[in-house]
Every structure is written in C-alpha cells, then in structure tokens.
Write a protein that binds this ligand. Structure first.
Ligand SMILES: Nc1ncnc2c1ncn2[C@@H]1O[C@H](COP(=O)(O)OP(=O)(O)OP(=O)(O)O)[C@@H](O)[C@H]1O
Ligand SMILES: [Mg+2]
Ligand SMILES: [Zn+2]
Length: 455
C-alpha cells in the first residue's frame, strides 16, 4: 500500500460539492459563503485492483416474486395524500422546511396517530429535551399516545438501542443535523457527519423495514449542511412550506421513488396543532368585496385538487432614472422577467421605468405553469390602474411569442370556480368546455388580453 496523501478540502454545506480551494461562492449551486473546510480525505496513491477477491453476486429476473408494496397510512389524510398513500416500510423520507414552520408538530401528530392505531413508533429528538417534546405532546393532546420518546444525538447509541429491540414501524430523527457518529470526523451538522449519520440510519431502515423520517433544516448560512446533500440518498423528499405569519402550511413531495409527486397536503396551524384542510380551494383568496386594480384570481391545480389563488401585482412609476426593483413572493423570478419582456415586446407596454411587485396571497407558492395569464392580467390591470371584472378567473400558459397556450384540465378548473361563485373565465382558445353557467372568454394572445383590460 502506498503513502496516504492529504489535500485540503472545502465542502459546500448547501449542496455537498467539494473544492480544493476556498471560494466565496460555490461554483456548483451558486450559494454564497457556504464553503467550509472539512477533515481531509485520505487518497491512496496506489490503485486498488478491484477485479478479484470479491464474493459473487446473485442475479435475479425482473419478474421474481417480490414483496408487494404495502403502505402504512399515518392516519393524517393530508400527510398520506402528499406521501402518495402512506409510509412505505423500509423507506427513508427527508422532511425539510424553514425553522419554526411546524415539522416537529407534524411528525409528532403523525407518530401519535400511528401509535394509537397500534404501530410501534420511536421518536428521537436531538434538538429538544424530552420534557419539551412532552410539553408539545400535551398541547397536541397526544400525551397518552404510546410513542417511545428519547432525546439523543449519538447514532451509535441510537442504533445499539434499536438493534436490541423489535424494529418500530416508524423511526423519526429530529433532526439529522444534530446527529453525530464517532466514526466520522467533524462537528455535527457538517456535510460528512450529516451524510454518514444518514447513511447508517437509512441502512437500518432498509434492513429492518422500519420507515425512517429524517427532519432536515433548510439553512442558508452555511454553518449547517442543508437537506440538499441528502436528497439523492433518500427515497422521498418532502418540504413543509408556508409563511410563518400565515396559518396555512403546505406539504409538498419533491421526490418520490414509490409514486407521483403531484399531490399536496394542506394544513392550518392552530394552538392545538395542525388541522387538516380537506377542501383548500378557497384558502388563498383574500375575500375582498370591491375589486382592486392588480388583483387576478387563478384556478390552480394541485395534483387532482383545484385551488383558487389570488395573484396581486403592484406597479410603482419611478421619476428618477434609478434601476427599478422587481420583487416576487410565491412565484418564479425568471418567469416574471419573461412575462414582462413579452408584454413589452409583443404588446408595446412599458415597465422599464417602473418598480414591479408580485405577490401570491396567503403565503402560497405557485408552480402551475397555467398561472401565466393570471399574472399577466394582474400586471396589465395594475399598469392601467383598472380593476379586473369581479368574479372572474384567468388561466393559460404564455409563450415567448405572446400566444396563450392550452393547459391541463380546464374543465376541473372551471367547474371549481363556478362552484365558488365565479361566473366569468378567461383562457386559451378551445379550453372553454361547455359549462353553460360560466361566460368563457377566449384570449388567444396577450395582445388581446391588453385590449380587453386597457380599453
Ligand atoms: N401554543 C403554542 N406554543 C408553541 N408553538 C405554537 C403554539 N401554537 C402554535 N404554535 C406553532 O408551532 C410552531 C412551532 O412548530 P414546530 O416546533 O413543530 O416547528 P419546527 O419546524 O419543528 O421548528 P424547528 O425548526 O425549531 O425545529 C410555531 O412557529 C407556532 O406557529
Ligand atoms: Mg422541530
Ligand atoms: Zn454548493
């Protein structure tokens, strides 16, 4: 064996990429100040010959009888919906989300439901003392749920204990960034610790069939490794979202090795915990009576469920030649820039000397591409200072040429809008299914939209 050589290693705490010199910005993910020096990796100068000395592996046909995919519902329907039907035994789930958004609350509630239904649950808190978790449990009226609770941070202690008992149906680790392994150098929360600890816990889950949930904090400061370094290691990546100032929380599935990722779970945060919101279609409307310039209602689709969302735009004319601001909450920045460019070049509107603010009401984050037309309608309405007709909805995708393109499931969107009292819709040509009580306005292009609103 040759001499071991060592090199300085700087690991991006956001995405895990390694570089050999320090840089202010990660060249892979573009985050700033996320590079931190970590224990040097050992590099052997002599190559190992891997072509002999191993044990033969067994090959299997693809149609070999295997275990059927059995899901265990948590009993929290909105959680199960976002999971795609429940927890898959032996799977690893990463639950990300901003500080204080409600991750521990959600998981304790799910754990409580499973435990009360007779499932064995182990909840390991590395963040809070057992007493703190008990206080939360009391507030959630779960104090009597037979959950095994422990405050621990050593993965060796946790796995030693678990290996001495029947594997639980659910193992919650809150959070992975507080865990440490004595076989790995570095402080808890560094990329190598987070990866190494996750690796051991995931192996335990795979071997025993326990479903594993790892809580992962989303951080930007680079002191702690973020969930992105784990995304490829786990089977399911979920994100718990919302604005802390609003009561609504959305559980999204960003990656799912066992199913689709298009359903969301919707909850409302209350004093006694998260309440499930089975019918979220009205939540993200402001409920104002008088129509306001710059506000447009968009019928979004979240998986199979329609959700009506209010898009709000504000335009402020600048007197001086200062660079105008564009600020977006709840929608894609790049998409807004594109829409503004299309409105300028295809419709002759001028936003160049104006500040543009775009907000999606209720802390909602819009990802449905059909939102383009509603955003454009809000922008044009704000620019012209003319409110849009009340009780109307807008949907359609906008192309660079300024055409309004068809979108998925116009009928579902229209029917839900009608149910909630909207009797006027604007969208792409051909999308107006024959829903007699709704007046459907075909808008083939943005130019036509501008005509309709500004004239
Ligand atoms: N009576 C209450 N006491 C404490 N928190 C409450 C209460 N009622 C509602 N909450 C909500 O619970 C939230 C905290 O939830 P939780 O601790 O589950 O979040 P978390 O995502 O696990 O946070 P952390 O990042 O600190 O681990 C608070 O932000 C608050 O909105
Ligand atoms: Mg927590
Ligand atoms: Zn990075």
């Amino acid at each position: 064996m040759g001499m071991a050589k060592t090199k300085r290693r700087y690991v991006c705490q956001a995405c895990g990429s390694v570089s050999h010199r320090w840089q202010g910005q990660c060249s892979d993910c573009g985050e700033w100040n996320t590079l931190a020096e970590e224990a040097p990796a050992t590099v052997f100068s002599q190559k190992h010959d891997l072509s002999s000395g191993g044990r033969p592996i067994a090959f299997e046909p693809l149609d070999a009888p295997g275990k059927e995919l059995r899901r265990r519902p948590t009993g929290l329907d909105e959680f199960d919906r976002a999971l795609g039907g429940g927890l898959v035994p032996g799977s690893a789930i990463l639950m990300g989300g901003d500080p204080g958004i409600g991750k521990s609350t959600l998981l304790l509630q799910a754990a409580g439901r499973i435990a009360r239904a007779g499932g064995d649950v182990v909840y390991v808190s590395g963040e809070e003392a057992a007493g703190q978790v008990r206080l939360r449990a009391a507030r959630l009226e779960l104090a009597d749920a037979p959950i095994r609770l422990a405050a621990a941070t050593s993965v060796r202690d946790i796995l030693t204990t678990l290996n001495g008992m029947e594997p639980p149906a659910l193992l919650v680790i809150d959070s992975i960034q507080t865990m440490h392994s004595d076989t790995i150098e570095g402080a808890p929360g560094t990329v190598s610790q987070v990866r190494g600890c996750a690796f051991e816990l995931i192996r335990y889950a795979k071997e025993t069939g326990a479903a594993l949930v790892l809580v992962g904090h989303v951080t930007k400061d680079g002191a702690i490794a973020g969930p992105r370094v784990l995304e490829h290691m786990v089977d399911v990546v979920m994100s718990f979202e919302g604005e802390r100032s609003h009561q609504y929380r959305i559980l999204r599935n960003l990656k799912n090795r066992f199913g689709a990722v298009d359903e969301i779970g919707v909850f409302a945060m209350a004093d006694d915990g998260l309440e499930e919101v089975a019918n979220p279609s009205m939540l993200f409307l402001s409920g104002r009576d008088a129509p306001l310039a710059g506000s447009a209602v968009f019928p979004a689709l979240e998986g199979t469920r329609p959700v009506l969302v209010e898009v709000q735009a504000l335009i402020v004319r600048l007197q001086s030649g200062a660079t105008p601001r564009r600020a977006v909450v709840g929608w894609d920045n790049g998409r807004l820039a594109m829409l503004l460019a299309v409105l300028e070049s295809r419709c002759g509107l001028n936003f160049s000397s104006a500040e543009v603010y775009l907000n999606i009401a209720g802390g909602y984050r819009l990802t449905d591409p059909a939102a383009d037309l509603a955003v454009a309608a809000a922008l044009v309405s704000a620019l012209a200072d003319k409110p849009l007709p009340s009780a109307s909805i807008w949907f359609g995708e906008v192309s660079l040429a300024g055409e309004v393109r068809p979108v998925a499931h116009p009928g579902v969107r229209l029917r839900e809008a009608l149910k909630l009292g909207f009797d006027r819709a604007h969208g792409p040509a051909g999308a107006g299914e024959k829903i007699p009580d709704i007046r459907y306005d075909e808008l083939g292009s943005l130019a036509k939209l501008v005509d309709r609103i500004a004239s």
